[in-house]
Design a protein around this ligand. Structure first.
Ligand code: CDP
Length: 225
């Protein structure tokens, strides 16, 4: 079967990573969570008190950041390593969710991340999820999926997910964060979140995980046969 690039974009917490992980497992493709890269950069900036308005500080900081992915057999996805340290758990904390969109709007940060993402796609057979994958990272991807779901469903899903590790977070806090990130991500100047003209839309508000996988696999089949 022909190897392709699958680009999955959409708003915060609409199940992009779940779908990407399902597809990668089914097709034996590499799965890359591009958001984890921006989250790890935000973590480095926070830890090292980088002033995001200071271009020199930002570019110096980026020179000291090395990002890698390492497969985790327990979760079935790759964990992100920041300068060799597994920060997968820390980058999901609210302190990072509250900062990441500002960091991801910086031009130097985007150039840094997009370059690495493009290298990962050179051999195809990859599923990458994010905000600008179909528009900027892989504009020639054979399959582009734009995932959406109602805000209430997205908030509920993320709230339940966070309960395991951060039980003190309220539903309101989760909603506020999603709305804020969606706003910053879709209104920033560089590679804002938007549906690529040739993307297919998947609204999974009322779909089960199995349903959404089946729909996406049909699209994959259309493009690989
Ligand atoms: O999983 P969730 O929807 O919470 O977000 P994520 O994929 O972990 O991404 C976190 C943040 O990184 C987003 O809100 C964006 O600000 C940024 N991001 C981006 O700008 N471009 C991407 N390709 C992926 C993420």
């Amino acid at each position: 079967m022909k190897k392709i690039i699958i680009a999955i974009d959409g708003y915060s917490s609409c199940g992009k990573s779940t779908l990407a992980k399902q597809l990668a497992a089914k097709l034996n493709y590499v799965f890359v969570d591009s958001g984890a890269m921006y989250r790890a950069i935000a973590l480095y900036f926070l830890r090292n008190q980088i002033d995001i308005n200071n271009e020199l500080q930002v570019s110096d900081a980026l020179k000291n950041i090395s990002l890698q992915f390492e497969y985790n057999g327990k979760t079935g996805k790759s964990d992100i390593l920041l300068n060799g340290e597994n920060v997968e758990k820390e980058i999901r904390e609210m302190s990072i969710s509250n900062k990441v969109s500002e960091v991801a709007a910086i031009e130097a940060v985007r150039l840094f991340a997009v370059h690495q993402q493009q290298l990962m796609g050179e051999k195809k057979a990859i599923v990458m999820d994010g905000r600008d994958i179909g528009t900027t990272v892989f504009p020639n991807a054979e399959l582009k999926i734009f995932v959406t779901a109602s805000i209430d469903v997205r908030v509920q899903r993320r709230y339940l997910e966070l309960q395991a590790t951060q039980p003190n977070i309220s539903l309101d806090e989760v909603k506020e964060n999603l709305v804020m990130r969606d706003h910053i991500d879709s209104t920033r100047e560089i590679s804002p979140l938007k549906q690529a003209a040739d993307a297919v839309v998947l609204d999974n508000t009322n779909l089960t995980r199995e349903d959404q996988l089946q729909i996406a696999l049909n699209w994959v089949n259309e493009r690989t046969n």
